[in-house]
Write a protein that binds this ligand. Structure first.
Ligand code: NAD
Ligand code: MG
Length: 402
């Protein structure tokens, strides 16, 4: 447990957008936090630099060649031990010495380590929304059974958490809540026509008007699939029926989400769009610490606008809703198909507007079962990925023929 009164933190996905922001906040408070482990897929250069600054006890690279390269370049004097692959990841997510785990790996790849941290009773700072989307039931059960504390890092869920009464063990309460209002920026294509979106490039999709993020979540924000994933994430974290969650487009991204109560009160959490606020909240909870985020200037902000989401131009939102309603592994399939479709779009194999088409074709193809165990979830994920790859291949074939 905490050494010399410091909180021991592991950052899974340390070289990504959330990982880098997490280390930025940690670096501002050396008296509070100590880094136990860092994990990344393959970015040796970035990991080396993070090890130089933060001196973690362990650095995990998922790719074997990356682990070997890191091992050969890491000065012994820094005191960091290099680990490789799933075993290394599991160690830094669950070791007895670890207090808090930032789960910031992107996509389904983050599920096993997130679940392991929950099972080990850690304070789980959850950025990897895909793990809740895939295995919400398993993850929330693990949190309850082990006594882990789940602190949402996704800005909307972090805002909702801040607007609810919360028990000492971090369990949010929902007494008197009538609705949760999940805000959405609308992404870079909010005012684009369908025809314009048909010709959208990966760089245009990744140019988010307010947030700077990894490429996968940026495309999800442009298609509104991100809001679909967050919708189910909210249902799991706050134990809400789907009809309790409304989506409100708010282009300025200043209100990060709201909670409406039966007495007519609406509580909102506001701030500049910078993930370090939510990250600092999670790292220090129940205290508050400086995050490096500039204070919100209400006069400069001047106005806050709201509008309804357009499910006709953004079918991903409808597909996510339908998957939630279908239950079982439908969300696993939706999530996996989305990952394949987004990767194909980023590789310029399919059009932006074909992302929902790949997902819909996959949902029609793959049967829904009860997600009772991790292996059932993983099987549905694999099944959906191969069906989605076939759907992408069919589009590629049509493009060649036409
Ligand atoms: P990113 O692409 O910038 O970074 C991903 C990180 O995961 C990198 O460190 C990478 O090395 C690591 N990684 C990739 N594949 C891996 C694998 N197979 N095994 C282990 N590590 C692997 O992503 P990001 O934008 O930081 O997003 C991370 C997670 O946080 C996502 O689930 C995203 O939805 C969520 N999130 C991000 C933001 C944001 O502002 N970026 C906001 C809310 C939620
Ligand atoms: Mg979000």
């Amino acid at each position: 447990m905490a050494s010399l009164g410091k909180r021991m933190v592991s950052v899974l996905g340390s070289t990504g957008s959330i990982g880098v922001s997490t280390l930025d906040v940690i670096g501002r408070h050396p008296e509070r936090f100590s880094v136990y482990g860092l994990a990344a897929n393959s970015s040796v250069e970035a990991m080396l630099e993070q090890c130089r600054i933060h001196k973690p006890l362990f650095a995990v690279m998922m790719q074997e060649s990356a682990a070997q390269e890191l091992q050969s370049r890491l000065p012994q004097a820094w005191g960091t031990q290099v680990l490789q692959g799933d075993k290394g990841l599991a160690k830094i997510a669950t070791d007895d010495e670890v207090d808090s785990v930032m789960a910031a790996i992107v996509g389904a790849a983050g599920l096993p380590s997130t679940l392991a941290a929950a099972q080990a009773g850690k304070t789980l700072l959850l950025a990897n929304k895909e793990s809740l989307v895939m295995a919400g039931h398993l993850l929330m059960d693990a949190v309850r059974e082990s006594g882990a504390r789940l602190l949402p890092i996704d800005s909307e869920h972090n805002a909702i958490f801040q607007c609810l009464p919360v028990q000492a063990d971090a369990t949010p309460l929902k007494q008197g809540v009538s609705k949760v209002l999940l805000t959405a920026s609308g992404g870079p294509f909010r005012s684009w026509t369908y025809e314009q979106m048909r010709g959208a490039t990966p760089d245009q999709a990744c140019a988010h008007p307010n947030w700077s993020m990894g490429r996968k979540i940026s495309v999800d924000s442009a298609s509104l699939m991100n809001k679909g994933l967050e919708f189910i994430e909210a249902c799991w974290i706050f134990d809400l029926e789907p009809q309790m969650v409304d989506i409100v487009v708010h282009p300025q991204s200043i209100i990060h989400s709201m909670v409406q109560y039966v007495d007519g009160s609406v509580l909102a959490q506001l701030g500049n769009p910078d993930m370090r606020t939510a990250i600092a909240f999670g790292l220090a909870w129940p205290e508050r610490i400086a995050s490096g985020v500039a204070p919100l200037d209400m006069i400069a902000t001047a106005r806050l606008d709201f509008e309804a989401p357009d499910e006709a131009r953004f079918p991903c939102l409808r597909l996510a809703r339908e998957s939630v309603a279908a239950g079982g592994t439908a969300m696993v399939v939706c999530n996996a198909a989305n990952e394949i479709a987004v990767a194909a779009f980023l590789a310029q194999e399919i059009r932006f507007t074909q992302i929902p088409q790949v997902i819909e074709a996959t949902l029609e193809q793959v049967p829904v079962v009860e997600p009772n165990t991790l292996s059932v979830v993983e099987l549905a994920d694999q099944h959906a990925r191969s069906a989605a790859r076939e759907a992408v291949a069919a589009f590629l074939q049509t493009a060649v023929e036409s």
